[in-house]
Design a binder for this molecule. Structure first.
Ligand code: SIN
Ligand code: CO
Length: 375
């Protein structure tokens, strides 16, 4: 199935099982490498156990000797954002870039022992569940009863009636739209990658937008100055809110205006904010001339944790918005879409000193990297 057909017929509408979506799949991380990630405090990890019929949830980091034995049944370790730390997982996520980056979230990798899983539940987001090693039995249901069992540390559906059931082998993939009930149980040791999406809640966006508007738009008439009350008379009811205060503030708030372009600038800034916990590694100083030479020889790549987006008039990188002139914009868009520029392309960019300076600066920030061969 082509990405175009998938987006037209399946996306957001119905589940899809794709046998051998990626044949000869190699897990992006080994079990040991996943356990090491789960031991880092800049990585979000969870441990779900279902021992003696009781669901338990713990949050990482987990030292390897704090995890149950791999011989014990019915536990699973879930590690979020593996694509930020592992280039194979980043490359895997890259295969899903027929969906805009603004919607792609991360690659979560789960490891489970026999019988392990997180119980029947639903997610609020679309997900591709790619089996990368071992086997997992998925049962899914279009049910709209989504009540949860109360007082559990995990979201477990109170009722779950499976309508379809599949055993996924390495390379098989199941796509599920939001709110689709599912339960995946490991058959023997297994590893699953969830390619997840994000869909900002309007309420949350509105809060961030208003904060952005008040901080960013300096020439906002409505927000300039401070309340003053030269007409205030002496009062015998000091606790009463002055009617004029509320009226004046209401007028100012009602005068707040914004254009679609401003909203787009906000969304680009907001959605390109690095994920929580991300820290870009500092890079040793490198002189501009030497940098330009290395970049022209080897090419440049965005750091795995960098988020680059653009709209008609801005380029966004890691929460910063840049208004870029036309000839630079083309290169920055190409960098954002492909996440790298080849040596030959950087050679062409070298004619634009401002662009090379920007690449140099972003490289020192750790946002951009010289292509691996250069390091
Ligand atoms: C898992 O990988 O065990 C859980 C993925 C999911 O059900 O969303
Ligand atoms: Co799920």
């Amino acid at each position: 199935m082509t990405p175009a057909a998938f987006m037209r017929d399946i996306w957001h509408r119905k589940p899809l099982l794709v046998r051998q979506a990626i044949s000869d799949i190699v897990p992006p991380v080994s079990r040991e490498a996943l356990f090491e990630l789960a031991d880092r405090d800049d990585v979000e990890s969870r441990l779900v156990t279902h021992f003696r019929n009781r669901w338990k949830l713990a949050h990482g980091p987990f030292a390897a000797d704090n995890l149950p034995s791999t011989k014990a049944r019915q536990w699973t370790l879930l590690v979020q954002g593996v694509n930020l730390h592992n280039s194979a997982a980043a490359a895997l996520m890259g295969q899903f870039r027929f969906i805009p980056d603004a919607r792609l979230d991360d690659v979560m990798v789960s490891y489970a022992t026999d019988g392990g899983g997180v119980g029947p539940h639903f997610d609020s987001y679309d997900v591709f569940l790619l089996q990368v090693s071992g086997r997992r039995r998925w049962r899914i249901s279009s049910q709209d009863r989504l009540e949860l069992v109360p007082d559990l540390p995990l979201k477990i559906l109170a009722e779950f009636e499976a309508e379809q059931e599949f055993v996924l082998e390495p390379g098989d993939m199941l796509y599920l739209p939001p709110q689709y009930a599912h339960d995946g149980v490991a058959e023997g040791e297994c590893m699953t990658c969830s390619i997840g999406f994000r869909a900002p809640a309007y309420r949350e966006l509105a809060g961030h937008f208003l904060a952005w508007l008040s901080e960013t738009v300096e020439d906002n008439e409505a927000l300039s100055g401070r309340y003053a009350d030269p007409g205030q008379a002496a009062t015998s009811r000091p606790a009463q809110l002055p009617a004029d205060l509320a009226r004046t503030v209401a007028q100012r708030l009602q005068a707040l205006r914004w254009s679609n372009d401003m909203v787009s600038e906000f969304i680009g800034t907001h959605l390109s904010e690095p994920k929580p916990g991300v820290e870009f590694a500092e890079v040793p100083q490198i002189a501009a001339g030497k940098y330009a030479k290395l970049a022209r020889t080897h090419g440049i790549v965005l750091a795995p944790a960098s988020i680059a987006l653009y709209d008609r008039s801005h380029f966004f990188l890691n929460g910063e918005a840049y208004e870029v002139p036309g000839e630079l914009a083309g290169w920055l868009r190409r960098l954002a879409d492909r996440r790298h520029l080849t040596a030959a392309e950087v050679g062409q960019c070298a004619e634009l000193p401002e662009l090379m300076e920007t690449f140099h600066h972003w490289t020192l920030e750790g946002w951009l990297q010289l292509a691996p061969a250069a390091v």
